[in-house]
Design a protein around this ligand. Structure first.
Ligand SMILES: CC(C)(COP(=O)(O)OP(=O)(O)OC[C@H]1O[C@@H](n2cnc3c(N)ncnc32)[C@H](O)[C@@H]1OP(=O)(O)O)[C@@H](O)C(=O)NCCC(=O)NCCS
Length: 419
């Protein structure tokens, strides 16, 4: 980086909104007339979440932080900073501006807003990996011709909602989504603002619902029409079913769409298996890297993960606790060496304590931010990260303790929840 630069990243001020928008349009080659209403009406709009980098006072790079919440192991909640719209106008590229904006923003986020992790979707993982992001999920991306899917009599109870019907059934669908999501171990929580984006701003969303014998909606599929080489088919944005009959009904409904050349969808491994898709010969399956995440605040992340049943029990089995050391030069000033232990006296309920540690005692695990992000979010177990030399234990037991503390998850960021 050349020495004559003076790079400051911060939230923009009201007078800088038009410039922020203009840089975004230049970077993504957007038509300002079409993009402006989306920028202005974004239900997540908050000026302190619109960030920019200034070189000697001139705005040169922009990004937007979108608040999200990750439910972890059913009972913890991690505040997530979704990173969107990272953009630099063509004339300013390849000077390190985007990287600098990202680094300074990530460093500031835990103190300014309490975010514990950052997340994004990108087709340029190498760029984000340099800022500490790592893939934390695998998407099951499949495609099939409708006639290759199995029909089912229950498909007759699936109907596509007209736009008016979508509005009418909106609360029922939201409620069903909430109930079914609450049973998913680790998943993004959908709030009112996200529903507003999905239902009013996303164009071309179609919804078909399955009604059971009592006429209650117990399953639904949302999709949009998309073109591909074979013509117009359906891209399914999400499928939710509360039981097997609902799952058969939705797949049967897709099987009946013989007038379109394909249906395609991205889902989690768990959902793929639950819908019985692994049993169907005609399905073409691709495993693709999903959401990238980055730890921002180790302590907050551990506090939420420690709410998982079994965490305290594992920790209790250690001699004097377990220490985690995060190697993260680019990160926030939050504590990076933490000791986890159990306080268990007769007067109170036993509880997990997570506190900054001056020294390494007993079982300890250290790793870079990418490795610890993947470990804590359940993407890769400690033993696998150790095999590739990305985690460093001080004792033979440290890896097996970490394997028990941080259990596998099947994290998935569905299309409607993208930042
Ligand atoms: C992607 C994008 C934001 C990158 O912006 P940028 O400011 O050029 O990014 P950086 O300069 O920080 O890094 C880009 C490259 O320049 C290199 N670089 C960093 N500092 C540099 C410097 N001082 N001089 C020359 N090159 C430098 C980086 O190593 C990086 O290498 P890579 O090409 O192998 O990735 C920009 O190209 C863009 O706006 N693209 C369109 C929108 C988009 O796709 N956004 C991302 C999806 S949300």
């Amino acid at each position: 980086m050349s020495v004559d630069r003076n790079l400051i990243a911060r939230a923009i001020r009201p007078g800088e909104l038009d410039l922020h928008f203009s840089l975004l349009c230049q970077a993504f080659d957007l038509d300002p007339v079409l993009a402006r209403p989306i920028y202005d009406q974004d239900p997540f709009f908050a000026i302190d979440h619109k960030r920019a980098l200034f070189d000697h006072g001139q705005m040169v790079a922009v990004l937007t932080v979108v608040p999200a919440t990750l439910q972890v192991h059913l009972n913890g909640t991690l505040p997530v900073a979704g990173i969107a719209g990272v953009g630099v106008p063509p004339a300013f590229r390849q000077r390190g501006y985007a990287s600098e904006l990202l680094k300074q923003t990530l460093r500031a986020l835990p103190d300014e807003f309490g975010y514990a992790v950052a997340a994004l979707e990108s087709d340029n993982p190498a760029f984000y990996r340099r800022c500490g992001f790592e893939h934390c999920s695998t998407n099951y991306e499949w495609r099939a011709a409708p006639q290759d899917l199995p029909d089912h009599p229950a498909a007759s109870r699936v109907t596509q909602l007209e736009p008016g019907g979508q509005a009418l059934e909106s609360l029922r669908i939201q409620c069903l989504h909430r109930t079914l999501s609450q049973a998913i171990d680790t998943t993004f929580v959908r709030d009112e603002r996200r529903w507003q984006v999905i239902e009013t701003l996303a164009s071309g969303r179609l919804v078909a619902v399955y009604r059971n014998e009592t006429d209650a909606i117990t399953s639904y599929v949302a999709y949009q029409q998309d073109s591909a080489a074979e013509g117009f088919g359906w891209t399914i944005t999400e499928m939710f079913a509360s039981d097997d009959i609902g799952r058969h009904a939705l797949i049967g409904y897709l099987a009946r769409q013989t007038n379109i050349p394909f249906v395609r969808c991205r889902m989690s491994r768990t959902t793929f298996h639950e819908f019985g898709l692994s049993q169907i010969d005609g399905i073409k399956l691709n495993l693709v890297d999903g959401v990238m995440m980055r730890l921002l605040d180790l302590q907050t992340a551990l506090e939420q993960l420690a709410a998982r049943p079994g965490f305290l029990q594992t920790l209790r089995g250690t001699t004097g606790g377990f220490t985690i050391c995060l190697d993260d030069d680019q990160g926030s000033k939050r504590p990076k060496r933490l000791r986890l232990f159990v306080i268990d006296d007769a007067r109170d309920e036993p509880r997990t304590v997570i506190a900054p540690a001056d020294e390494i005692e007993g079982d300890c695990l250290s790793g870079d931010v990418g490795a610890l992000t993947q470990l804590l979010l359940g993407y890769a177990p400690a033993s696998v990260l150790r095999q590739t030399d990305r985690l460093h234990p001080t004792t033979a037991d440290a890896i097996s303790i970490a394997n028990q503390l941080f259990t596998p998850t099947d994290l998935f960021l569905p299309l409607p929840d993208r930042f």
